[in-house]
Design a protein around this ligand. Structure first.
Ligand SMILES: C[S@@+](CC[C@H](N)C(=O)[O-])C[C@H]1O[C@@H](n2cnc3c(N)ncnc32)[C@H](O)[C@@H]1O
Length: 164
């Protein structure tokens, strides 16, 4: 597969899964989390398809397209490992959708980061919330659902929170 096809497949999968999630969370009250603002593509799509939800963004440093930068009160800046516990102090467990788009190209580093932040993300989520991740999280295998045949199983992972 060419790199162009690979990028198209990844972005198409993200769009399909994010739009699927909107329907699943429609009866759950709560906020939305975007981990990895990047240049703001998926954040921009989330706010388009979820215009009535508060969307909080986590990012080391804002470098997004100027039109895709949330207001300061919706930004959690710094390393996820610091900003997620801080967000928990502020918001508690009130989120119904989290999109983890955290990969930086170094697979091992991204996988390790995902495992480290997994419990911190879970602390912010309500029971039955949906978490969409670009990294597989082994500790969450009991929450893995893959309801969409059209989505490549090794590219995007969908979890439904089951609080014990
Ligand atoms: C794949 S990009 C996000 C792409 C974005 N969702 C988009 O659609 O444009 C991953 C982002 O995660 C951020 N990131 C990676 N590791 C991080 C960390 N430990 N703490 C905070 N941000 C981090 C990077 O700065 C980068 O902007």
């Amino acid at each position: 597969m060419s790199r162009l096809d690979s990028v198209i497949r990844r972005l198409t999968s993200q769009k399909i899964v994010l739009e699927w999630a909107v329907d699943i969370i429609r009866y759950l009250d709560g906020t939305v989390l975007e981990l990895g603002l990047g240049n703001g593509r998926t954040y921009d799509h989330l706010r388009e398809i979820l215009p009535d939800r508060d969307i909080y963004v986590f990012e080391r440093e804002i470098a997004a397209h100027p039109d895709c930068i949330p207001e300061k009160s919706f930004q959690y800046l710094g390393d996820f490992r610091d900003s997620l516990p801080f967000a928990h102090q502020v918001m508690g467990a009130n989120s119904v959708l989290a999109h983890l788009d955290i990969g930086t190209g170094e697979k091992q580093v991204s996988m390790q980061l995902a495992e480290q932040i997994a419990p911190l993300v879970l602390d912010l989520m309500k029971d039955r919330a949906i978490i969409i991740s670009d990294q597989e999280i082994e500790g969450w295998s009991y929450m893995l659902i893959q309801p969409l045949e059209s989505i490549p199983k090794d590219r995007i992972f969908i979890y439904q929170v089951a609080k014990k």
